[in-house]
Every structure is written in structure tokens, then in C-alpha cells.
Design a protein around this ligand. Structure first.
Ligand code: ATP
Ligand code: MG
Length: 217
């Protein structure tokens, strides 16, 4: 089973948005997908509850006593993680994944928080046995703003404190399409193509990375 984790302890950076859209994308490709909401807030779980029946099915993986209950036919597991995830909880959730995606918002506070988080991740590395493939995604970006350019520059140069480069995958614009999809249990890939053309283009590098061996250790 392939496990994709979306994480960043900073609240509101787009974890649930990315997790639901990734789960939906793979379900649309005919994969057996489970989405696990490890966040007590339950944004992804709520999204699954309102997901229309006629759309590609995504299983809701239950978290019971810290353990995941998923059907053994699951091919892709997407983990949506909570804000303020640190220490042991961060270790156990990261251990479960082969691939981790870190969304970062274009704000100086979020960029500094991302830097601290990556330092923490490296500090915990010896406890995370598996070598997880990590990437960053700039999210909710208003293009042609100074802060967007700064975020892009920052993420392109980003290295782990041990010198390893972290690939920067793509920049997702701030768009009502994400709000609309979240409200209706859909993904942006299920909204009208004419309306989401630009968003789909922005997702392409991330999806192609997820479909390639580069995102698997
Ligand atoms: N690219 C985007 N454009 C517009 N709105 C967005 C975008 N990404 C996320 N949002 C909106 O921003 C809000 C926060 O996003 P989301 O819930 O995905 O963040 P989160 O990291 O899961 O938050 P939390 O840390 O609270 O779990 C939501 O209302 C979501 O619909
Ligand atoms: Mg969330």
C-alpha cells in the first residue's frame, strides 16, 4: 500500500485541501483509496461525508486507539494530519508514510514556521526509520505579489539542515474553486474543466511526481 501524508504543524496552510484533492484524484484514476483524518477537527472526514455518491469512491479510514482501520484492498492511503503535530505523534505518523507533502502559505510567519518544522523533522530522523520522500507546495498564492515571489524563491532554495535539497513541486493559486470543492465534497478535478483549467495545470507537476518513482523511497 502506498501512503501519502500531508503535513505541516502550522494551522490553515492547506493540509486538508491537499489531502482531499489527492485522495479524489487517485480515486478518479480507478485506485482503491482510503482517506484517514488524523485531525480531531475532522475536516477531511466531514468532506467525505458530503461527497456525492456518484463520484469516485473514497473509503474513510477510521483511527481507533491510535491505530488505523483500513480495508486490506486499499491501494493508496492519504493521511491528513492535524495542526500542532510534534514529537512522538509526528514520529509515528511520519513513520507510516513513504511520501510527505508540506503545504506552505505565502507569509513570513508561515515560512519561518516551515523552517523550524523541517529542523524538527531532521532532528527526529533517526526515530523515523523509513526514508520519507518530502516535497513542498506553495499554497493559496496570489500571483504577481512580492510575497508570492519570496515564497517561491524560499522554497526553491530550501534545504534540510543536513544539506539535503527538498524539491519544490508547485504553486497553487488562491482560488474560490478550492472553497467550492471543499463545500461540496468534490475535488477541483471534478469541477468544470473550463473553470479549473489553470488549477489543473498547477497541480500537474505534483501529480506527475506522485505518479513517479521519485516520490517513493
Ligand atoms: N489554494 C487555496 N485557495 C483558496 N482557499 C484555500 C486554498 N487552500 C486552502 N484554502 C482554504 O483555506 C482554509 C484552510 O485550508 P485547510 O483546511 O485545507 O488547511 P489545514 O492546513 O488543513 O488547516 P488545519 O491546520 O486547521 O487542519 C480552508 O477554508 C480552505 O478551503
Ligand atoms: Mg486540516
Amino acid at each position: 500500500m502506498r501512503t501519502i501524508l500531508v503535513l505541516n504543524p502550522k494551522g490553515g496552510c492547506g493540509k486538508s485541501t491537499l489531502a482531499t484533492n489527492i485522495a479524489g484524484y487517485f480515486a478518479m484514476q480507478g485506485k482503491r483509496v482510503a482517506l484517514a483524518d488524523c485531525d480531531p477537527q475532522g475536516s477531511s472526514r466531514d468532506w467525505l461525508k458530503i461527497r456525492p455518491d456518484h463520484l469516485a469512491r473514497i473509503e474513510s479510514a477510521k483511527v481507533k486507539d491510535g491505530k488505523l482501520e483500513i480495508e486490506n484492498t486499499t491501494e493508496i492511503l492519504v493521511l491528513d494530519s492535524p495542526a500542532s503535530l510534534h514529537n512522538q505523534k509526528l514520529v509515528s505518523i511520519t513513520r507510516a508514510a513513504q511520501t510527505a507533502i508540506i503545504p506552505v502559505l505565502p507569509s513570513p510567519i508561515d515560512m519561518r514556521a516551515a523552517e523550524r518544522f523541517l529542523a524538527e523533522l531532521v532532528g527526529l530522523r533517526n526515530k523515523i526509520s523509513r526514508k520519507v520522500r518530502i516535497t513542498t507546495v506553495a499554497n493559496r498564492v496570489r500571483e504577481d505579489t512580492i510575497v508570492a515571489a519570496k515564497l517561491e524563491h524560499y522554497l526553491e532554495k530550501l534545504k534540510l539542515p543536513n544539506g539535503d535539497k527538498i524539491p519544490f513541486m508547485t504553486m497553487l493559486r488562491a482560488s474560490q474553486n478550492y472553497l467550492h470543492a471543499a463545500e461540496t465534497g468534490m475535488t477541483i478535478f471534478e469541477l468544470a474543466p473550463s473553470r479549473t483549467y489553470y488549477d489543473r495545470e498547477q497541480w500537474a507537476p505534483l501529480l506527475s511526481w506522485l505518479n513517479s518513482s521519485r516520490s517513493i523511497p
